[in-house]
Design a protein around this ligand. Structure first.
Ligand code: HEC
Length: 163
């Protein structure tokens, strides 16, 4: 009897772990620079996500981001973009690598949609990390918000249509 229970318990634990992994590493992080960085580098490494639809690696960027850019989207954002939802779902993340002309990584910038985080800024959490992972900017960053407001009708996203 005891043995059966242990087998059952182990089975449940394995099932739990598998569904956790399939869900993309589990819980989404808090809207904090460190938690988000930990998420995109450890829990759900962004280099394993999809590239922004229609964009390859090292495409040419504009000021103020890098000369060359590679932009990744998590599955939540990808589904929203593909389905042309107009406003990407809560939990959407866009991670953009900003490279110098010689393909040296200069910075990583992130947009992360968090329910009720900043209604005036589209509920986007913004972050900029230096190449070494240290935080350059995070939160409701005015600079990011003011410029991205130019594409407010495309959910504050420049890189491609979301509707
Ligand atoms: C002066 C305008 C401007 C400012 C300031 C700015 N961005 Fe952007 N951002 C852009 C443009 C333009 C793109 C499209 C990519 C490109 O061509 O450079 C972009 C693209 C992005 C993307 C890819 C998703 C998208 O919207 O296309 C992210 C993520 C991003 N920016 C984050 C940030 C963060 C974080 C900050 C603040 C630290 C910031 N940006 C500040 C203009 C700006």
């Amino acid at each position: 009897m005891k043995r059966k229970r242990i087998v059952l318990l182990c089975g449940c634990m394995i099932l739990g772990l598998v569904s956790f992994a399939l869900a993309g590493g589990g819980e989404m992080p808090a809207a904090k620079g460190k938690a988000v960085y930990n998420f995109i580098t450890n829990s759900s490494p962004y280099q394993q996500w999809s590239l922004f639809p229609g964009k390859g690696k090292f495409y040419k960027g504009k000021h103020p981001h890098g000369a060359l850019l590679t932009t990744y989207v998590n599955d939540i954002a990808l589904t929203g973009i593909k389905n042309k939802v107009g406003t990407l779902p809560v939990g959407s993340m866009i991670v953009k690598e900003n490279y110098m002309p010689n393909k040296m990584l200069g910075a990583v910038t992130v947009m992360y949609r968090v329910d009720g985080y900043d209604p005036n800024g589209g509920d986007w959490f913004w972050a900029k990390y230096k190449a070494d992972g240290s935080i350059a900017k995070e939160g409701k960053v005015n600079g990011c918000i003011n410029c991205h407001a130019a594409v407010i009708t495309n959910d504050w996203v420049f890189t491609g249509p979301v509707k």
